[in-house]
Design a protein. Structure first.
Length: 98
Protein backbone atom coordinates (compact mmCIF):
# COMPACT_ATOMS: atom_id res chain seq x y z
CA UNK A 1 0.00 0.00 0.00
CA UNK A 2 1.40 3.40 -0.98
CA UNK A 3 1.14 5.02 2.45
CA UNK A 4 3.20 6.11 5.47
CA UNK A 5 4.11 2.52 6.46
CA UNK A 6 7.54 1.39 5.20
CA UNK A 7 7.84 -2.03 3.56
CA UNK A 8 10.05 -4.75 5.04
CA UNK A 9 10.92 -7.46 2.54
CA UNK A 10 11.34 -11.07 3.64
CA UNK A 11 12.21 -12.37 0.18
CA UNK A 12 12.42 -11.15 -3.39
CA UNK A 13 12.96 -12.85 -6.73
CA UNK A 14 16.68 -13.26 -6.00
CA UNK A 15 17.17 -14.01 -2.29
CA UNK A 16 15.67 -14.55 1.12
CA UNK A 17 16.57 -11.84 3.62
CA UNK A 18 18.21 -12.31 7.02
CA UNK A 19 15.71 -13.13 9.79
CA UNK A 20 17.77 -11.57 12.59
CA UNK A 21 18.14 -8.34 10.62
CA UNK A 22 14.42 -8.24 9.93
CA UNK A 23 13.67 -8.76 13.63
CA UNK A 24 15.99 -5.85 14.45
CA UNK A 25 14.26 -3.64 11.87
CA UNK A 26 10.84 -4.61 13.28
CA UNK A 27 12.08 -3.81 16.79
CA UNK A 28 13.41 -0.41 15.69
CA UNK A 29 10.08 0.40 14.07
CA UNK A 30 8.14 -0.82 17.11
CA UNK A 31 10.21 1.37 19.42
CA UNK A 32 9.11 4.34 17.32
CA UNK A 33 5.47 3.25 17.06
CA UNK A 34 5.80 2.81 13.30
CA UNK A 35 3.99 -0.12 11.71
CA UNK A 36 5.78 -1.87 8.84
CA UNK A 37 4.23 -3.61 5.88
CA UNK A 38 5.69 -7.12 5.53
CA UNK A 39 6.13 -8.39 1.98
CA UNK A 40 7.47 -11.12 -0.27
CA UNK A 41 8.03 -9.94 -3.83
CA UNK A 42 8.85 -12.39 -6.63
CA UNK A 43 8.90 -10.10 -9.65
CA UNK A 44 12.27 -8.39 -9.07
CA UNK A 45 15.51 -8.39 -7.10
CA UNK A 46 16.70 -5.48 -5.01
CA UNK A 47 20.02 -3.71 -4.70
CA UNK A 48 20.47 -5.74 -1.48
CA UNK A 49 19.77 -9.20 -2.89
CA UNK A 50 22.06 -9.10 -5.94
CA UNK A 51 25.38 -8.70 -4.04
CA UNK A 52 24.13 -11.15 -1.39
CA UNK A 53 23.46 -13.85 -3.98
CA UNK A 54 26.89 -13.25 -5.55
CA UNK A 55 28.53 -13.85 -2.16
CA UNK A 56 29.69 -10.28 -1.56
CA UNK A 57 27.59 -9.93 1.64
CA UNK A 58 27.19 -12.36 4.55
CA UNK A 59 23.56 -11.30 5.06
CA UNK A 60 21.13 -8.81 3.56
CA UNK A 61 17.94 -6.97 4.43
CA UNK A 62 15.69 -4.60 2.54
CA UNK A 63 13.39 -1.93 3.94
CA UNK A 64 11.92 0.66 1.62
CA UNK A 65 9.30 3.33 1.34
CA UNK A 66 6.22 2.47 -0.71
CA UNK A 67 6.20 3.89 -4.22
CA UNK A 68 4.56 3.51 -7.58
CA UNK A 69 7.02 3.41 -10.49
CA UNK A 70 10.58 2.74 -9.36
CA UNK A 71 12.69 4.18 -12.18
CA UNK A 72 11.45 7.54 -13.34
CA UNK A 73 8.59 9.65 -12.04
CA UNK A 74 7.89 8.15 -8.61
CA UNK A 75 4.66 8.62 -6.68
CA UNK A 76 5.34 8.17 -2.97
CA UNK A 77 3.98 9.20 0.39
CA UNK A 78 6.23 11.74 2.08
CA UNK A 79 5.25 10.08 5.36
CA UNK A 80 6.52 6.75 4.02
CA UNK A 81 9.88 8.30 3.14
CA UNK A 82 10.14 10.00 6.53
CA UNK A 83 9.18 6.86 8.47
CA UNK A 84 11.68 4.74 6.53
CA UNK A 85 14.39 7.24 7.47
CA UNK A 86 13.33 7.17 11.13
CA UNK A 87 13.37 3.35 11.28
CA UNK A 88 16.76 3.13 9.57
CA UNK A 89 18.21 5.76 11.90
CA UNK A 90 16.96 3.88 14.99
CA UNK A 91 18.21 0.59 13.54
CA UNK A 92 21.72 1.98 12.97
CA UNK A 93 21.80 3.60 16.42
CA UNK A 94 20.68 0.34 18.06
CA UNK A 95 23.04 -1.89 16.09
CA UNK A 96 26.01 0.41 16.72
CA UNK A 97 25.28 0.62 20.44
CA UNK A 98 24.48 4.34 20.55
Amino acid sequence: SNCERPILLYMDGIAQYDDAGNRSLLSAAGNLGIELQKAVITSFGSDASFPFKQGFLPRANCICYPTENTHGYEVSSLGGIENTMKVLTRFVETESGE
